[in-house]
Design a protein around this ligand. Structure first.
Ligand code: FAD
Length: 389
């Protein structure tokens, strides 16, 4: 039997749940259907790191406190590809919540707000009477596709997938750590750069550990992906043997995301929204999902234009910043300079966290401070003393 909905959301990760919840907040009477190919709780390969900025987004959606039973992680340590190290308290603590728990809580919240959640794998998307038609049976005034990194809907819309140079691949697992370990560790690797391992303690005597690198660099090794990812993880974190290893692609933001076509809006990983410097995607998923839900609920016949404008206003400058930094960061010496600068200047550390985990931008004086250190290290002039204050 054919069905008609005001909004159909495809994908029940953070982007999809945020979209459905925001549409519900703005349109209490709307008929909203959320489809996911999986039953919840379901696992998702992820570092499980939920930045303070993502927590702000949860509050926007009326979900304050939803992760407060997890201990905040107050400290962050970063080791650069060349071995520079900075470790400090973050201005606002992050959380680490396994995605089996986090995503299921978001889905529960959606159900509690009268959003119909149904297990259904979407295979086709056409149009009928000018409206999107899903699998020949479900029509919607607006569709929000939040179906993740390998988005079926993005492909069905004819939009290209994330290009290889903007795609990373990462493996995550879980390891035992001391229960009082309260420091998120990011250990970068020069070999195959950009590449890094992480350990994100959950607070219960385990940590999410993992390793990721750019897809072209992985291919350049000529070795099976599994061998490289698992091997590098074991090499970089030898004291943290990992279990439950699981890998996935990360479509890194190219600076200007593709927000969809017609009455179909893309959010989260489906839009290619992952921070290219850190692999953070949950904050972007929640923001873009919220903005897509808002456009679907309020923009009448042209939700795509409203969504595009809202995305640009909220993340535009930040995404252009991370795109430029991603280019500079192809040189490991640039990251060495940034980490060394952050080790000397707490305000720089805080700013880098804003750029890596939130919607921060880089003020020109900071860009200059890092560039000067980078150039000084890269171009030591004959007869000049090498100076790294
Ligand atoms: C190894 C790894 C580590 C990471 N670490 C972090 C981290 O620590 N912090 C962070 O912020 N980000 C991290 N990320 C990125 C983060 O996981 C993603 O950015 C985030 O999950 C995006 O959310 P989403 O809702 O867009 O997509 P997803 O969470 O992938 O959800 C997509 C949903 O769509 C469903 N779906 C897919 N296809 C269909 C279909 N055809 N029909 C119906 N349903 C479908 C799936 O079942 C899934 O539930 C990491 C990624 C990886 C791979």
């Amino acid at each position: 039997m054919d069905e008609e909905w005001d909004l159909v959301v495809i994908g029940g990760g953070p982007a999809g749940s945020a979209a459905a919840l925001q549409a519900r907040r703005l349109r209490p009477d709307a008929r909203i259907l959320l489809l996911d190919r999986a039953d919840f709780p379901r696992d998702k390969a992820c570092g499980d790191g939920i930045a303070a900025h993502a927590r702000d987004e949860l509050a926007h959606l009326g979900l304050d406190g939803i992760i407060d039973d997890y201990r905040p992680t107050p400290r962050l340590a970063v080791i650069s590809p060349g071995g520079a190290r900075v470790e400090a308290a973050v201005a606002r603590p992050n959380h680490v919540v396994p995605r089996t728990v986090f995503d299921a809580r978001l889905i529960d919240a959606a159900r509690a707000h009268d959003i119909e959640v149904r297990r259904h794998r979407v295979r086709t998307l056409t149009t009928r009477g000018g409206l999107p038609l899903i699998d020949d049976t479900i029509t919607a005034r607006t569709v929000i596709a939040a179906d993740g990194a390998n988005s079926t809907v993005r492909r069905l819309l004819g939009l290209p997938p994330s290009p290889d140079r903007h795609t990373a691949i990462a493996v995550r697992g879980y390891a035992d750590v001391p229960a009082d370990d309260d420091t998120q560790l990011i250990a970068m690797q020069k070999d195959g750069w950009p590449a890094y391992a992480w350990s994100f303690p959950i607070g219960d005597g385990t940590a999410n550990v993992g390793f990721g690198m750019l897809l072209p660099r992985l291919r350049a090794t000529g070795l099976p992906g599994r061998q490289v990812l698992h091997g590098r993880l074991a090499e970089l974190l030898p004291h943290l043997p990992a279990r439950d290893l699981r890998a996935h692609h990360l479509p890194l933001s190219p600076g200007r995301p593709r927000p969809g076509a017609g009455r179909v809006l893309l959010a989260g990983d489906a839009a290619g929204l992952i921070n290219p410097l850190t692999g953070e995607g949950i904050y972007y998923a929640l923001v873009s999902g919220r903005l897509a839900g808002q456009a679907a609920a309020t923009a009448g016949t042209d939700p795509l234009t409203a969504y595009r404008h809202a995305l640009r206003a909220t993340l535009g400058r930040h995404l252009r910043t991370t795109d430029a930094l991603h280019l500079a960061a192809q040189s490991p010496a640039f990251i060495d300079a940034a980490v060394t600068t952050a080790a000397h200047r707490p305000e720089v550390f805080d700013l880098l966290v804003e750029v890596g985990l939130g919607a921060g931008t880089v003020p020109p004086p900071l860009a200059w401070a890092v560039a000067r250190r980078w150039l000084t290290a890269a171009l030591p002039l004959p007869g000049r003393r090498h100076h790294t204050p």
